[in-house]
Ligand binder design. Structure first.
Ligand code: G3H
Ligand code: 13P
Ligand code: ZN
Length: 283
């Protein structure tokens, strides 16, 4: 069934577990995510970036995910990931996304509050949940200097003020993760997660979770993270399985046969992540 992001995340926050949020841009990825969630009896969040929407078309991608979500035996939210473009956000609201991220994190505090509050007002009136971000999800520089690392981290007092002024439903925080493959081991600021959760007691979101060691994710979840964003791990599993299949059979030309190993590989990754999040049997 299709549900809002808040339906899934408020339960996760109360139950002290997290739910995986996986990026999709097509039928095969969506199918892999939903089948895995159904087999694990877990709620799941399927998210589309603005780039994915540009690639597939907003109405096409919305129709695929919405239909499969409605028919699923587990709760599924259709979420816009890193929404920065007002027109795309409005398009998603019109076309049945049940959750929106407004990402104003590149702005200074006041401007971030302004763009975020505008979206929480509109989406709230439509019954759609809003994720916002304060702090920064790092880049992938290996030797980030201490000052830079500190500057990208969410300030707990600022986070409290931000939530009060914007009324967002969930909050993405900067605690040391980065998008894409890691060069070294990520160093998460666990104390910061605990402090922010203690002050806010609301669903917290961790971006850039591909490649973060399982023990670190489990610890982050135990301290209050409720949404674990994963994209790169699925892309890499898909690419590896597809490459192996094509290398093993140079004559196959049926797209359905070529895409199936990659789809199955993504499904296995989603299952592993669901276990790691602690959302198995929480549907
Ligand atoms: O956080 C970003 C996601 O991995 C989406 O990436 O903009 O390449 O679709 P994308
Ligand atoms: P990764 O690709 O690093 O897993 O990040 C995903 C993400 O944060 C999507 O918003
Ligand atoms: Zn992200």
């Amino acid at each position: 069934m299709l549900v809002t992001g808040d339906y899934i995340l408020s339960r996760a926050s109360e139950g002290n577990y997290a739910v995986g949020a996986f990026n999709t841009s097509n039928l095969e990825i969506t199918k892999a995510i939903i089948e895995a969630a159904e087999e694990m009896n877990s709620p799941v969040i399927i998210q589309t970036s603005q780039g994915a929407i540009k690639y597939a078309g907003l109405k096409n991608l919305g129709s695929i995910v919405r239909k499969m979500a409605e028919d699923a035996s587990v709760p599924v939210a259709l979420h816009l990931d890193h929404g920065t473009d007002f027109n795309v956000i409005m398009g998603c609201l019109r076309d049945g996304w049940s959750s929106i991220m407004i990402d104003g994190s590149k702005h200074e505090f006041e401007k971030n509050v302004e763009v975020t509050a505008e979206i929480t007002k509109i989406a709230g009136a439509m019954g759609v949940s809003v994720e916002a971000e304060i702090g920064k999800i790092g880049g992938q520089e290996e030797h980030i200097v201490v000052d830079e690392r500190e500057a990208s981290m969410t300030d707990p007092a600022e986070a409290v003020e931000f939530v009060k002024l914007t009324n967002c439903d969930s909050l993405a925080i900067g605690v040391g993760t980065a998008h894409g493959p890691y060069k070294g081991e990520p160093k998460l600021d666990f104390d910061r997660i605990e402090t922010i959760k203690g002050l806010l007691k609301m669903p917290l979101v961790l971006h850039g979770c591909s490649g973060v060691p399982e023990k670190d994710v489990v610890k982050a979840v135990s301290l209050g993270i409720n949404k674990i964003n994963i994209d790169t791990d699925l892309r890499q599993a898909f690419a590896k399985a597809t490459r192996e299949f094509l290398d093993s059979d140079a004559n196959e030309y049926d797209p359905r046969k070529i895409l199936t190993p990659g789809m199955n590989a993504m499904k296995e990754v989603v299952k592993t992540k669901i276990k790691m999040c602690g959302s198995e049997n929480k549907a």
